[in-house]
Design a protein around this ligand. Structure first.
Ligand code: CU
Length: 227
């Protein structure tokens, strides 16, 4: 092979290696499954409340961690459930959340997490009934919380009866036992706000805090609030 040919081969291999490194880093930094960010900024007229529906499942059932607990979000356009916890929302807008809770629960380690905080009118509804605090030592306990620490929002998600035929793999269908919770919060000005579950719900991890609790798209995500 000529000198020029060898140089071209070396250069070509070098570029392939650089490409692989860039692709690898980009993949690591954006583990979001489809789409990256679910866009809720153009689903309704400007200034109108945004409807956002999620479900919480005891086991996601697919992907690289099928046994992990997870949130899923309903695509506002197609109605499909997608495994993506980064949502783009309009600023200074009321977000009407509906949570379909398919997971079982337990008594909370911290009773503070049983309080509804930071929502419009300080309350949430559980299967149609308004509540502002849930005693997790009663009933089926609490499975998860939906919390946005920077906005002081926190809502306990009440568990379903673990002896019932609990949905084993997401996305769960309405025919499986579930609780419906609704609440509203108002987005602030533009910025990035993290949201997460505070109940150490990652089975099999030290104190329940690893795995799904510390991985994007499972028990936490990002609100990308835009003007
Ligand atoms: Cu959780």
């Amino acid at each position: 092979m000529s000198m020029g040919g060898r140089l071209a081969t070396v250069l070509g291999l070098f570029l392939v290696a650089v490409g692989l490194v860039v692709w690898g880093v980009a993949t690591l930094l954006t583990p979001g499954v489809p789409g990256g960010v679910v866009n809720f900024t153009n689903t309704q007229a400007a200034g109108q409340p945004v409807n956002l529906t999620v479900q919480t499942v005891g086991a996601i059932g697919f992907g690289s961690h099928p046994t992990w607990v997870s949130y899923l979000v309903k695509d506002p356009r197609t109605g499909q459930w997608i495994h993506d916890t980064s949502w783009k929302l309009p600023a200074n807008t009321v977000i009407n959340m509906t949570v379909l809770q398919f997971d079982s629960g337990s008594p909370l380690r911290n009773q503070e997490w049983g309080q509804v905080q930071g929502t419009v009118n300080g309350a949430a509804t559980l299967n149609g009934k308004s509540f502002s605090v849930y005693n997790s030592n009663t009933g089926n306990g609490v499975g998860h919380t939906f919390a946005i620490p920077q906005l002081n929002v926190s809502v306990p998600l009440v568990g379903v009866n673990s002896n019932a035929n609990v949905c084993g793999a997401g996305p769960c269908q309405l025919s499986s036992p579930h609780n419906v919770e609704t609440f509203s919060f108002k987005t602030p000005g533009p910025g990035t706000y993290n949201w997460q579950c505070f109940v150490p719900c990652a089975l099999g991890y030290l104190f329940g805090n690893g795995g799904a609790m510390s991985t994007q798209n499972y028990m936490g995500g990002e609100l990308e609030v835009v003007g």
